[in-house]
Design a protein around this ligand. Structure first.
Ligand code: HEC
Ligand code: HEC
Ligand code: HEC
Ligand code: HEC
Ligand code: HEC
Ligand code: HEC
Ligand code: HEC
Ligand code: HEC
Length: 355
C-alpha cells in the first residue's frame, strides 16, 4: 500500500454493516422506499454473481444510466444510503483502495465512480495529497500544469480531471485508461501510442481542444508549435538524432533513435523549475537506469541554464571544454556548465544546435 498515516478504525464501525443504518430517516419512514430498499438488499446479495459493469477487469469505474440494475440509483448522490462501506470493495482487485476509501468516506465516491448523473463534485485531492498519497503523484512544489503559464497555483480537482477523466486507480499507469481521450484530427478518438501524443493533442496549432485554446506569445511559441517541432525539428521527438555530432554521448539505457517523451523533461504535477522542467529524476527521465533515477538526482534550472537537466541523460564521449566539470548536482558530461543554454538550444530551433 502506498498511502500512509491512515488511523485504524474503531471496531464499532463494522457494526453498521446493514443498509438501514445508513439510509436517510425520511426514506425509512416512507413505506414505498422501505420496500424499495428491501429489494436493494436482495439485489446486493445477488450482485456477486451479476455481470458487473464497474470493474477493474473492464477498466471502468464510471457509473452509467443503468446504475442500480434498472437504473433506479442513477441521479442519486447519497451513495452511503445504499452502499455500506464496510461491505464494498471486498474483491482482491479492490484491495489497494479499500482502506483509503473507508477512511476518506462518501466524499471520495465520485472521484472514482463519476457523478452518477448528479452535480456532485469529483474530488481528487482529498486522497491525492501530501498526507495520504504523498508519492502518487509528487505534487509538493508550486509550479505545475494548471493550464495557465501566468499563474502559479496548486492543481485543483478540475485540473486533475482535465487530464484524468476516468482513471481506474489500480496503481498501474496505462495511457489509454488513465489519461483523458482527446480527439485527434478529424475528431477521431485514436488511442495514444505514448505520452507525447497526449500532449500534442493540445500543443499544436491546427486543432486545439475546446476550452484549452492557446494564444502564441511569440513566433514559434512551443505552446502551439510542439506538434511541428516534434515531427520536423526537435531531435528529442520523432526525428532521430544521429549520435554523430560534436558532443555526442548518452547515459546507459538512453539511445540515439529513441523518442524522448515530453514527460521525461516536463513535470505535470509539481516542480520548482521554470517551464515545468523536472526538478528530480524520479518524476521524469523514465528510461534512465533505476539506480540513478530513483536516487534521485536533483535538478535546478536558473535563467536559461539547463546544464543540470541535460546532464541527466547526456554524457559526452569526447572530452571538450567543460565535460569533466560538475554541473552542480554531482554529474558531469555536457559541453558547457553555466550560462544560458537557450541561446542555442530551444524547441524548434531549425539550425545545427536545437533541442
Ligand atoms: C438507491 C440506492 C443506491 C444509491 C443511492 C447508490 N447506489 Fe450504487 N448501486 C445500487 C444497486 C442496487 C446496485 C447494484 C447491486 C450491487 O452491485 O450492489 C449498485 C451498484 C453500484 C456499483 C457497481 C455497478 C456495476 O455496474 O457493477 C457501484 C460502483 C456503485 N453502485 C456506486 C455508487 C456510488 C458511487 C453512489 C453514489 C454516487 C451510489 N452507488 C449510489 C444502489 C444504489
Ligand atoms: C479510489 C477509487 C475508488 C473510490 C474512491 C471508490 N471506489 Fe468503489 N470501486 C473501486 C474499484 C476499483 C472497484 C472495482 C473492484 C473490482 O474490480 O472488483 C469498485 C467497486 C465498487 C462497487 C461494486 C461492488 C464492490 O463492492 O466492489 C461499489 C458498490 C462501489 N465501488 C461503491 C463505492 C462507494 C459507495 C464509494 C464511496 C464511499 C466508492 N465506491 C469509492 C474504486 C473506488
Ligand atoms: C496536464 C495534464 C495533467 C494534469 C493536470 C494532471 N496530471 Fe496526473 N498525469 C499526467 C500524465 C501525462 C501522467 C503520466 C506521466 C507522468 O507521471 O508524468 C500522469 C500521472 C499521474 C499519476 C501516476 C503517476 C504518479 O506519479 O504517481 C497519478 C497518481 C496522477 N497523475 C494523479 C494526478 C492528480 C491527482 C492530479 C491533480 C492534482 C493530476 N494528476 C493532474 C497528466 C496530468
Ligand atoms: C487539454 C490540453 C492540454 C494537454 C493535454 C496538455 N497541455 Fe500543456 N498546456 C495547455 C494549456 C492551455 C497551457 C497554458 C497556456 C497558456 O497559459 O497560454 C499549457 C501549458 C503548458 C506548458 C507551459 C507551462 C508553464 O507554466 O510554463 C508546458 C511546458 C506544457 N503545457 C507541457 C505539456 C505537456 C508535456 C503535456 C503532456 C504531458 C501537456 N502540456 C498536455 C494545454 C494542454
Ligand atoms: C479514495 C481516494 C482516492 C480518490 C478520491 C482519488 N484517487 Fe486516484 N488513486 C487512489 C489510489 C489509492 C491510487 C493507486 C495509487 C498507487 O497504488 O500508487 C490512485 C491512482 C490514481 C492514478 C494513477 C493511475 C492508476 O491507474 O493507478 C491516477 C491518474 C489517479 N489516481 C487520478 C485520480 C483523479 C483524477 C481523481 C479525482 C477525479 C482521483 N484519482 C481520486 C486513490 C484515490
Ligand atoms: C530525458 C533524457 C534527456 C534529457 C533530459 C535531454 N536529452 Fe537530449 N537527447 C536525449 C536522447 C535519448 C537523444 C537522442 C534522441 C534521438 O536520437 O532521437 C537526445 C538528443 C539530443 C540532441 C541531438 C543529438 C544528435 O545526435 O542529433 C541534442 C542537440 C540534445 N539532445 C540536446 C539536449 C539539451 C540541450 C538538453 C538540455 C536542455 C537535453 N538534450 C536534455 C535525451 C535527453
Ligand atoms: C553557442 C551555442 C551553444 C550554447 C550556448 C550551448 N550549446 Fe550545447 N551545443 C551546441 C552545439 C553547436 C552542439 C553540437 C551540435 C552538433 O554537433 O551538431 C551542442 C550540443 C549539445 C549537447 C549534445 C547533444 C548530443 O547528444 O549530441 C548537449 C547535451 C548540450 N549541447 C548541452 C548544452 C548545455 C547544458 C548548455 C548550457 C549550459 C549548452 N549546451 C549551451 C551549441 C551550444
Ligand atoms: C529534452 C527535454 C525536453 C523534452 C523532451 C521536451 N521539452 Fe519542452 N522544453 C524543454 C526546455 C529545456 C524548454 C525551455 C526552452 C524552450 O523554451 O524551448 C522547454 C520549453 C517548453 C515549452 C514552453 C514553456 C514556457 O513556459 O514557455 C512548452 C510549451 C514545451 N516545452 C512543451 C513540450 C512538449 C509538448 C513536449 C513534447 C512534445 C516537450 N516540451 C518535450 C525541454 C524539453
Amino acid at each position: 500500500m502506498m498511502f500512509k498515516n491512515i488511523p485504524s478504525f474503531p471496531r464499532s464501525h463494522a457494526l453498521h454493516g446493514n443498509v438501514y443504518m445508513n439510509a436517510p430517516r425520511s426514506a425509512i419512514q416512507n413505506i414505498s422506499s422501505y420496500i424499495f430498499i428491501s429489494i436493494l438488499l436482495c439485489l446486493s446479495l445477488t450482485s456477486i454473481t451479476a455481470q458487473a459493469e464497474v470493474s477493474l477487469k473492464k477498466n471502468n469505474l464510471i457509473l452509467d444510466k443503468k446504475h442500480g440494475d434498472d437504473g433506479s440509483a442513477w441521479g442519486n448522490p447519497r451513495c452511503d444510503a445504499c452502499h455500506v462501506r464496510r461491505n464494498i470493495h471486498n474483491s482482491k482487485a479492490a484491495e489497494p483502495i479499500r482502506d483509503i476509501v473507508l477512511y476518506v468516506g462518501p466524499e471520495s465516491c465520485a472521484g472514482c465512480h463519476g457523478q452518477n448523473g448528479t452535480k456532485m463534485p469529483q474530488k481528487c485531492t482529498v486522497c491525492h495529497n501530501s498526507t495520504l498519497l504523498p508519492a502518487t503523484p509528487l505534487i509538493e512544489d508550486k509550479r505545475n500544469h494548471n493550464f495557465n503559464v501566468d499563474k502559479e497555483k496548486s492543481l485543483t480537482d478540475k485540473n486533475c480531471l482535465s487530464c484524468h477523466d476516468a482513471s481506474d486507480m489500480d496503481g498501474d499507469f496505462e495511457l489509454n485508461v488513465d489519461l483523458t481521450h482527446f480527439k485527434a484530427r478529424a475528431g477521431i478518438d485514436l488511442p495514444y501510442k505514448n505520452h507525447t501524443e497526449f500532449c500534442l493533442r493540445c500543443h499544436n496549432k491546427d486543432q486545439q481542444q475546446p476550452g484549452f485554446e492557446m494564444d502564441p506569445r511569440f513566433p514559434r511559441d512551443p505552446l502551439v508549435t510542439m506538434a511541428d517541432n516534434y515531427k520536423y525539428i526537435d531531435k528529442h521527438g520523432y526525428v532521430d538524432g544521429s549520435g554523430q555530432r560534436i558532443y555526442a554521448g548518452l547515459r546507459d539505457d538512453y539511445e540515439y533513435g529513441t523518442l524522448v517523451e515530453c514527460t521525461d523533461c516536463h513535470a505535470m504535477h509539481g516542480t520548482h523549475n521554470q517551464k515545468l522542467i523536472i526538478d528530480r529524476t524520479d518524476i521524469g527521465a523514465t528510461l534512465l537506469e533505476d539506480d540513478l533515477r530513483d536516487k534521485p538526482v536533483y535538478i535546478d534550472v536558473d535563467n536559461g541554464d539547463y546544464a543540470e537537466h541535460c546532464v541527466v541523460c547526456h554524457k559526452s564521449k569526447v572530452d571538450v571544454e567543460d565535460t569533466d566539470e560538475d554541473t552542480g548536482n554531482g554529474m558531469s558530461g555536457v559541453h558547457q556548465v553555466n550560462g544560458a543554454c537557450t541561446d542555442c538550444h530551444v524547441h524548434g530551433m531549425a539550425v545545427q544546435t536545437g533541442l
